[in-house]
Design a protein around this ligand. Structure first.
Ligand code: CP
Length: 313
């Protein structure tokens, strides 16, 4: 595998999950593989888990790590070809990507959707710009439309916690005061469609996700009905896709509560707003998997780095 840009770059999800679980038992077993190799993590947006877990994963693989908050510390980049650069942008993606490629062996990039222009967000100009002009592998640390490291960590977490041959998994929208991107939900759906599960998505009307991603998924507008007999409940806010980037509802009835959760396991990618998205009792209770998910981010990133290093060695 050269790049890890989406969950579809995984050739066998069950095999990767098994390998990640094996890495977790002995994280430094491949520390020679990354010796004298460097990964550069470029952040155009904030992070806690992605930044530290990817750094940790690289350290497990014996790699050197460089981190740059590109969004606040780098030159403003131009992505269009043939532009007369007499406005705000100081450096073209062509030079930036080629320069970074000389300093390291893998580039990892976080660049969120801006939620103003759907066509522009879906063009993924930052991720695709680096992928086009870099001469080294690129890892997606959350782009406009995908968060495949999170989805891989979620697959590991579900595998570790599952006790049934075909569990019921529910993805539930939850309220949030800010407009949030669709990336986590998109990649979770793409990942769960590859699993042997019964899967339902629930959200208020107007919050339908990209139909090319939800194709074939059951969608239930009654949250209580969707949650019946659930084994895993993944809660996430996202803004409207059809009325792009808009907050159409903050209806607190959609907040996840212990009563609604029943006996299901609770999942969320974090960060999460307590008592807005989910009540304290769920996060503080024994059915929450959020810390396991965050821990598995390290091993999701590590299996991705291992696959790339194997390919490039
Ligand atoms: N879940 C996740 O990507 O967390 P961070 O935004 O803190 O990296």
């Amino acid at each position: 595998m050269k790049n890890y840009l989406s969950i579809n770059d995984i050739d066998s999800l069950p095999n990767w999950v098994d390998e990640a679980i094996a890495l977790k038992k002995d994280p430094y077993q491949f520390k020679e593989m990354g010796k004298h190799k460097t990964i550069c993590l470029l952040f155009f947006n904030n992070s806690l888990r992605t930044r530290l877990s990817t750094q940790k994963a690289a350290m497990h693989m014996g790699m050197e790590v460089m981190v740059m908050n590109f969004g606040s510390e780098g030159w403003a980049l131009e992505y269009e070809d043939g532009t007369v650069m007499d406005q705000g942008n100081s450096e073209h993606i062509k030079e930036a990507a080629k320069v970074v490629s000389q300093y390291c062996d893998i580039i990892a990039i976080r660049a969120f959707a801006k939620l103003k222009d759907r066509t522009k967000d879906e063009a993924e100009e930052v991720l695709n710009g680096f992928t086009k002009y870099a001469s080294i592998p690129v890892v997606n640390m959350e782009s406009s439309i995908a968060h495949p490291l999170q989805a891989l960590a979620d697959a590991i977490t579900i595998t570790e916690s599952n006790t049934k041959p075909k569990p019921k998994v529910v993805l539930s929208w939850a309220p949030h005061p800010k407009a949030l991107p669709h990336a986590v939900a998109n990649s979770f759906i793409e990942m769960i469609k590859k699993q042997n599960v019964e899967f339902t998505i629930t959200h208020p009307k107007g919050y339908e996700l990209n139909p090319s991603i939800t194709k074939g998924c059951a969608i239930e507008y009654d949250q209580n009905k969707a949650l019946e007999n659930a084994d895993f409940v993944y809660v996430k806010n996202w803004s409207s896709y059809s009325d792009y980037g808009k907050v159409l509802s903050q209806d607190s009835h959609w907040m996840m509560t212990q009563a609604k959760l029943g006996s299901a396991k609770f999942m969320h990618c974090l960060p999460v707003r307590r008592n807005v998205v989910v009540e304290d009792a769920v996060l503080d209770g024994g059915q929450s998997l959020v810390l396991e998910q965050a821990n598995n981010r390290t091993f999701a990133a590590q299996i991705v780095l291992k696959k790339i290093l194997e390919h490039s060695n």
